[in-house]
Design a protein around this ligand. Structure first.
Ligand SMILES: [Zn+2]
Length: 166
């Protein structure tokens, strides 16, 4: 494995730890996010939606806010965002506005139940393909099986009333 791949695996493992920690602490969806800048951690977060009563407190948003405060800059150019699950439309767009340099996710949308996503058919990763940014790289499937194991599987029966996106 090349150096980049080894680093991706290492940071994704940390994101998985954060996801598990968040689930145990706040009882929210287990999403973990790590921002890495020049090879060191800039910010870490888990999903804090229930903790903060804030529907925008997805792990990626919380991490981007922390990263900006730490750098004292609203632009996180060159920063790599690691997240255990393919980012939603909100977090994808926030990453574009934050000038994140690279997004690396674990489980993809098809690896988990559809209730984790807000849109029926749109692929919000197309926001990246369609953005004016030519310097935003995207990579999915890093430790995909381990990440997917954090979530309800695609075919599982979940009562409609328990589906997050209803
Ligand atoms: Zn999100």
């Amino acid at each position: 494995m090349d150096k980049t791949g080894a680093d991706d695996t290492r940071w994704m493992r940390r994101a998985i730890e954060l996801a598990r920690h968040g689930e145990a602490g706040a009882g929210t969806n287990p999403i973990g996010c790590v921002l890495v800048h020049d090879g060191v951690v800039l910010a870490e977060a888990c999903n804090e939606v229930d903790l903060r009563h804030d529907p925008t407190a997805h792990a990626e948003i919380v991490a981007i806010r922390r990263g900006g405060e730490r750098l004292r800059d609203s632009e996180l150019r060159g920063v790599v965002l690691y997240t255990t699950l393919q980012p939603c439309g909100m977090c994808t767009m926030a990453s574009i506005w934050a000038k994140i340099g690279r997004i690396v996710y674990g489980a993809g949308r098809d690896d988990v139940h559809s209730m984790y996503f807000e849109d029926r058919h749109l692929d919000t990763l197309d926001f990246i393909r369609d953005a004016f940014r030519d310097d935003l790289a995207l990579e999915g499937g890093v430790l995909a099986a381990e990440c997917a194991a954090l979530y309800v599987p695609p075919k599982a029966h979940v009562p409609r009333s328990e589906q997050f996106n209803r």
